[in-house]
Design a binder for this molecule. Sequence first.
Ligand code: NCN
Ligand code: DMD
Length: 364
Amino acid sequence: MHLLQKTLEAIKPIDRAVMAAAQREIDYCLKPPGSLGKLEDIARQIAGITGKVHNSIGKKAIVVMMADNGVYSEGVAMYPQDITRIGADFVTSGRMGVNFLANYAKADIIAVDIGIQVDVDLPKVLNRKIRYGTANFLKEPAMTREEAIRAVEVGIEVTNAAIDQGYDLIGTGEIGIGNTTASSAVLYAFTGAPIDRVVGRGAGLTDEAFARKKAVVQEAVRLHRPDPDDALDVLSKVGSLDIAGMAGTYLACAARRVPVLTDGLISNVAALVAMRLKPETVEYMIPSHISFEPGAKLLKEITGLEPMIDMDMRLGEGTGCALVFSIVEAALRMIEEMGTFAVIGKTRDEIGDHIMAYRGKFPR
Ligand SMILES: O=C(O)c1ccc[n+]([C@@H]2O[C@H](COP(=O)([O-])O)[C@@H](O)[C@H]2O)c1
Ligand SMILES: Cc1cc2nc[nH]c2cc1C
């Protein structure tokens, strides 16, 4: 059986019984119920993911998918395409934005060439190149369906290997000049939402190029008519190799019951692709920040993933994940370190009954 098929079949909902048990412990901590807000949500969610009430993170990694985009030749991005290759060099020598944040968070970076347009001979970059960049999807499909499947499987394989090495909290990142055009095209193909809600200026664009980018996205979707009910059709016609690989990372994490953080626009589009392939995958995702890109707001509405922080960031690379790792790790300390209502002689059941009696009276 294909790896993708096997992985999709392995994905099950997170464990609701363990979540309820974790909630009981969270409520027993000496605080008004719900008062630690999203920290409580994270602690409960991770309990459901791992199947354990008590959790701690051993090793963290950000999987950075790197690829080029043929649609670049339509003038939809402002920076030289070479930045993708240079990014591969910088990210493996500690000089990219994600590096200082990952260092701060004590997280490792796993850098993957899934489709850079040139050969990248760097020892720390995993060479999993599917092809030398996608085709220009204004003229022809970005890639074949087979290539899209292979790219998703690269994400699954690389992430499975990371999990085998003991990484138990994963972040998603990417570098790829032109990939916001592919991201917007995928989002547009899935939703048909007003174009201003899906297309932004990416890494920066003049007014003229911005108008062109919107036209390119609309024209490409009109030309290829991707089937919004077939995520692989959407991915192969107007997507990108890095989006496919990131979708694979989400699927592998869900199949292996490992929490995975979303990042910016591209990462959230990949999350949507993974959800369209297997809806339960969303239960394993923890949102990090909300990107400044307009599509990020639409994605939030569709996926229901409520970002932890809003820092006006729009760099990608997994920078938001690196920043939010510490929030996730902090959330897990609550059950382990907080004192409980035992101090006033109450049992867990009594606290549970109290909360039930006042249900709906608490702000959250
Ligand atoms: O993460 C985001 O929300 C985000 C928003 C805008 C740009 N980026 C990064 O910038 C590059 C894509 O921008 P562009 O304009 O070349 O499509 C790519 O390398 C992304 O990592 C990332
Ligand atoms: C300089 C630069 C750095 C990046 N890192 C991720 N995407 C990027 C895009 C550009 C243009």
